[in-house]
Design a protein around this ligand. Structure first.
Ligand code: ATR
Length: 275
């Protein structure tokens, strides 16, 4: 049976084995998908051992996405743009590195939430790895404009400069949170690590346009602090990142198996499981 795994540290909490088992059942694919705890000083050795034992591909999570980028023999354009790899595929030619996180986000917005980025004014909060991973797929889906806001504004400017060449006519700029006062957005995506610490990116009031969606890449039981604050500040809809988790998995599954699972029932079942 074809073997796959997710590798991270820690890994016990990972929902990926559950999601991929559901995709395999649904599509009738015979595969085994497990969770591997990668030693902090032994990522590459763990990948090579899994591959040597017959592994066909891996998902990669915290803290190994940059090491996976370096380990890949060749990379997809979206992995190059993200500067990080969350999906490895093994074949005779070597190790292919891909990044399905941003595509998973765009697909969740478009297919599950009815909020395709095309034509919308988008605000991305944060300028770390999560933002970098989302930028190319978001720009490719032709928003009206995209603004990156970050506490450390130099990092937001650096990202805007790096992606200017990919923007293809989409206005792309960077600013501090304070500079957002008076601006309005149709879609605000929290890609900061603030929710992890139970904190909030300090948005000025009134940034949600009519009908706006507030999206937190984080998920857990119930609403995150960002979702609660967005609701209080007039966002019409709020969403967490559980759909992004399922959709990035579906992208990886499609890369490995050549067919796309129907993610909606899997997302609905996972939602019932964690709530
Ligand atoms: P990741 O890979 O998850 O994106 P990261 O690269 O460490 O993680 O980036 C974390 C992001 O969250 C950064 O944009 C960080 O802002 P700074 O660049 O100013 O550090 C942002 N962040 C973390 N905690 C935050 C908080 N309490 N409020 C606002 N932004 C926060």
């Amino acid at each position: 049976m074809d073997r796959y795994a997710v590798i991270g540290n820690p890994i016990a909490h990972s929902k990926s084995p559950w999601i991929h088992a559901a995709f395999a059942r649904q599509t009738g694919q015979a595969l085994h998908y497990e969770a591997l705890l990668g030693p902090l000083d032994g990522f590459a050795a763990s990948v090579h051992a899994f591959r040597a034992a017959g592994g066909r591909g891996m998902n990669v999570t915290v803290p190994f996405k940059l090491e996976a980028y370096a380990l890949a023999d060749r990379r997809t354009p979206r992995a190059e743009a993200a500067g990080a790899v969350n999906t490895l595929a093994f074949d005779e030619a070597g190790i292919l590195g891909d990044n399905t996180d941003g595509a998973g986000l765009v697909r969740d917005l478009s297919a599950n939430l009815g909020c395709a980025p095309a034509g919308r004014r988008i605000l991305l909060l944060g300028a770390g790895g999560a933002t970098r991973g989302a930028l190319l797929p978001l720009l490719d889906s032709r928003p009206a404009a995209l603004t990156i806001a970050n506490r450390t504004v130099s990092k937001a400017r650096e990202l805007a400069g790096r992606f200017a060449g990919h923007a293809a006519g989409v206005p792309l700029d960077a600013c501090t949170f304070n500079e957002l006062a008076g601006e309005r957005f149709d879609l605000i995506i929290n890609a900061t690590a603030a929710s992890l610490a139970g904190e909030l990116p300090p948005l000025p009031p009134g940034v949600y346009a009519e009908g706006a969606l507030a999206y937190d890449m984080m998920y857990g039981r119930g609403d995150t602090p960002f979702m609660r604050a967005a609701h209080a500040d007039g966002a019409m809809r709020v969403a967490d990142g559980l759909g992004m988790l399922v959709e990035q998995a579906a992208e990886s599954f499609a890369l490995w198996r050549g067919l796309r699972p129907d993610s909606a029932p899997v997302l609905a079942a996972l939602r019932r499981l964690i709530d």
